[in-house]
Ligand binder design. Structure first.
Ligand SMILES: *[C@@H]1O[C@H](CO)[C@@H](O)[C@H](O)[C@H]1NC(C)=O
Ligand SMILES: *[C@@H]1O[C@H](CO)[C@@H](O)[C@H](O)[C@H]1NC(C)=O
Ligand SMILES: *[C@@H]1O[C@H](CO)[C@@H](O)[C@H](O)[C@H]1NC(C)=O
Ligand SMILES: *[C@@H]1O[C@H](CO)[C@@H](O)[C@H](O)[C@H]1NC(C)=O
Ligand SMILES: *[C@@H]1O[C@H](CO)[C@@H](O)[C@H](O)[C@H]1NC(C)=O
Ligand SMILES: *[C@@H]1O[C@H](CO)[C@@H](O)[C@H](O)[C@H]1NC(C)=O
Ligand SMILES: *[C@@H]1O[C@H](CO)[C@@H](O)[C@H](O)[C@H]1NC(C)=O
Ligand SMILES: *[C@@H]1O[C@H](CO)[C@@H](O)[C@H](O)[C@H]1NC(C)=O
Length: 642
């Protein structure tokens, strides 16, 4: 793809104030219109005619409406195409803008005096790009463009209050830059990892717990407890070269010496001192400049004993500036960009990545390279222990992103997300005027990911008495937390889940009033009866001993549950490969919901939040524990049979 440099320093003042927007001919229509401009964008100066501005036209993806059926075609166990995953190129082709769009938009440009030879069609097919003079840009879009300055940083940005395109092209174009947008500016509240604060000090006898000692699993969940709970066999044979487990991290980094201490504490797994993940760093991310807050240590300490000697691939995301201010690492979009070059530019419902949410690279005070597009091959399974509430991102942004998880599923990737640590609420609070309406989790409620809730073993319990993780404040962590679950306000009930949800409402109807239309809280409702339910499954996520900054401590959260479940899927893929089968199992939910027998049904506990006790775990699927926790032998049989 041609790299275009944004020539802001050459854009010079002409007028001191923004005049009224110019009219457009009746053949044209407003394509995008800006509302308010943040007060930090100041000093608007009309762009000058005599120099050159890189322009990009984002073309609309085609066939997105077919994505669900296409994914089910390769993911549903009853489909004859089960497991026939697509190559990246096939996915790009299917959703690439149509030739018709490319031709129509090019025709507009060439007949407007922008000759073919000046136009670049990006390799990923998503954009047409060219360099225009100020006059050309303004005449093409019937818009007045101004250069603004960020009063805090001095950064420059070119933007227009509105711009126009020919009416017949509106359906082909998603957005044009420079258009109405401004780059990332605000600091925001952290999205955070779903890790609960550490409990210190750890019980004194913890270090003495042997790997396979399962008599004290109500005190601490050692690797041996997890193996016993889910009947995970020890690894054997030579690991496949094509089955590294993917783990996503941002802002937080792992500490090698903490991992070394952990490996030394559980010697029976034979994980050598110095064992480290393969780093796939994204957009200037570094494993030496982040903070060791425990999220990464937790994820690796859970995954290594299950998958070793298999490798782990670490997707460490975003330069320090964005990782810290965003704390959600660009809210997954820069990560997705790095795995799918076509996502870097593709748009949906007007969302083409969102500069007010996503990092913008090059970053003058951080990573100065270009945004990484399609540079890494995704691993077969990826575990992500980060997220926030659905309403922390615009709906169209979330839909676009969820479609991208759909595309990863088409490529055979199993995307595993933690369900959140605030029960039916969110760390951002609850919804409605009196903050009583349940607040579903993003991206856990995307119907194309497998969402994992957390369980715990209550004091005095055994490996057979898992309940929904739900701890009041002070017991034992300072902060209260409960495993996330509920019903989406953005996504409807997917077909693979319809029967499970129907059974749940028919047999264990929760007592709370609900709404089912587009009016939040209608009839006093607390949750959306027509939304996708989550979590899909659960795994242990409480009382996990790990090292942080040299001390053994106790951690937990759905952050822990996700890598446990992901590691189990990784191991089963390993067995498939060893048996000469194709490894990847892709999007798991259709097959999981067809096979509840592969789970230990969790029927005890609730996921409190929003001033209620939340939903209860009951027999079968429920919005507190999902289908339950995995039973390795049964799940292996199910996944070996397809
Ligand atoms: C298992 O743990 C219990 C409780 O910490 C301890 O009393 C027992 O000695 C341990 N068993 C072994 C074999 O180490
Ligand atoms: C794990 O990664 C290392 C370093 O990249 C490589 O040498 C080794 O072959 C990998 N092992 C497997 C099983 O893929
Ligand atoms: C690993 O994957 C590559 C590319 O997908 C493939 O060419 C190769 O045959 C695979 N190797 C094994 C041992 O499966
Ligand atoms: C791991 O190896 C390093 C370097 O050889 C050493 O300093 C450290 O003590 C070892 N850690 C453990 C837990 O054995
Ligand atoms: C919130 O309050 C406004 C104004 O009183 C009302 O119109 C709206 O219906 C309320 N929303 C909910 C969800 O209760
Ligand atoms: C409830 O869920 C449905 C199905 O996804 C959705 O169309 C509707 O907008 C949601 N209602 C609210 C208030 O968010
Ligand atoms: C939606 O809710 C109303 C009342 O709460 C109920 O009468 C109606 O049958 C529901 N519709 C669906 C599709 O669940
Ligand atoms: C549910 O778990 C609690 C501990 O959290 C326990 O006291 C209770 O007996 C369990 N109930 C059932 C029915 O197993």
């Amino acid at each position: 793809m041609t790299r275009l440099v944004f020539l802001t320093t050459l854009v010079v003042a002409a007028f001191a104030a923004v005049a009224t927007a110019r009219p457009a001919p009746s053949t044209h229509t407003v394509h995008e219109k800006r509302s308010a401009v943040h007060s930090r964008w100041s000093n608007p100066l009309r762009i000058k005619s005599d120099f050159f501005i890189p322009v990009k036209i984002g073309l609309k993806q085609s066939n997105l409406h077919r994505g669900h059926d296409l994914l089910m075609d390769v993911s549903h166990p009853d489909s004859e195409n089960y497991g026939k995953f697509w190559s990246e190129e096939e996915v790009t082709q299917m959703f690439a803008p149509s030739d018709e769009s490319v031709t129509a938009v090019k025709h507009w440009l060439t007949t407007s005096g922008i000759h073919d030879i000046r136009i670049t069609h990006s390799e990923n097919k998503g954009w047409l790009a060219f360099v225009a003079s100020g006059d050309e840009l303004e005449n093409l879009l019937h818009a007045d463009f101004y250069e603004y300055e960020d009063s805090h940083t001095g950064d420059k940005a070119i933007s227009s209050e509105r711009y126009h395109v020919p009416k017949h092209l509106k359906e082909h174009i998603d957005y044009i830059t420079p258009g109405i947008r401004f780059p990332f500016l605000k600091k925001r509240s952290p999205d955070g990892a779903f890790k609960v604060p550490l409990r210190s000090p750890a019980p004194a006898d913890l270090t003495k717990s042997l790997a396979f000692n399962t008599t004290s699993c109500d005190e601490a969940i050692t690797p041996g407890c997890i193996a016993a709970m889910y009947q995970i066999p020890q690894t054997s044979g030579t690991p496949s070269p094509n089955n590294s487990l993917g783990i996503y991290e941002t802002a937080d980094v792992y500490s090698q010496s903490d991992l070394n201490n952990f490996f030394a504490t559980y010697p029976s797994y034979g994980i050598p001192n110095g064992t480290a993940p393969i780093l796939d760093a994204i957009d200037g991310a570094s494993i030496t400049s982040g903070i060791v807050a425990g999220e990464s240590n937790l994820d690796f300490s859970l995954a290594y004993p299950i998958v070793y000697p298999q490798n782990i691939t670490l997707y460490q995301v975003d330069d320090t500036y964005y990782a810290e201010v965003g704390s959600g690492g660009g809210r997954f979009n820069t990560f997705l960009d790095a795995l799918d070059g076509s996502y870097c530019t593709s748009c949906y419902a007007g969302e083409c990545g969102d500069a007010s949410i996503d990092p913008v690279y090059p970053d003058p005070i951080g990573y100065q390279g270009q945004l990484m597009c399609g540079i890494y091959t995704p691993t077969n399974v990826i575990s992500l222990s980060y997220g926030a509430a659905e309403d922390t991102v615009p709906r169209s942004y979330y839909e676009r992103q969820c479609n991208e998880f759909m595309k990863l599923g088409l490529r055979g990737v199993s995307v595993i997300f933690a369900s959140g640590d605030s029960g039916v609420g969110a760390s951002q609070g609850c919804l409605g005027n009196s903050s009583t309406i349940f607040n579903p989790g993003w991206p856990a409620s995307c119907p194309y990911v497998t969402s994992v809730g957390a369980t715990k073993i209550p004091a005095g319990g055994s490996i057979k008495t898992e309940v929904v993780a739900n701890n009041p404040a002070g017991d034992p962590y300072t902060m209260a937390w409960a495993s996330g679950g509920g019903f989406s306000n953005v996504f409807g009930i997917p077909d693979y889940q319809a029967e499970a949800i129907e059974n749940y409402f028919a047999n264990y109807n929760p007592s709370y009033p609900y709404y089912n239309g587009t009016v939040l809280g209608e009839n006093g409702g607390l949750y959306n009866r027509s939304g996708r339910g989550y979590p899909d499954v659960s795994a242990i996520g409480d009382n996990i001993p790990i090292y942080v900054d040299g001390s053994l401590t106790i951690s937990g959260g759905t952050s822990a549950a996700a890598p446990v479940f992901a590691s189990i899927i990784n191991r089963i893929i390993e067995e498939r490969i060893a048996a000469g089968k194709p490894g990847p199992v892709g999007f798991l939910n259709p097959i999981l919901y067809k096979n509840p027998v592969a789970f230990n049904d969790i029927t005890n506990g609730t996921n409190s939040g929003c001033g209620t006790s939340g939903f209860s775990a009951v027999p079968g699927w429920d919005p507190a524990s999902g289908l339950g926790t995995p039973s390795y032998p049964e799940l292996r049989d199910v996944l070996m049979a397809v």
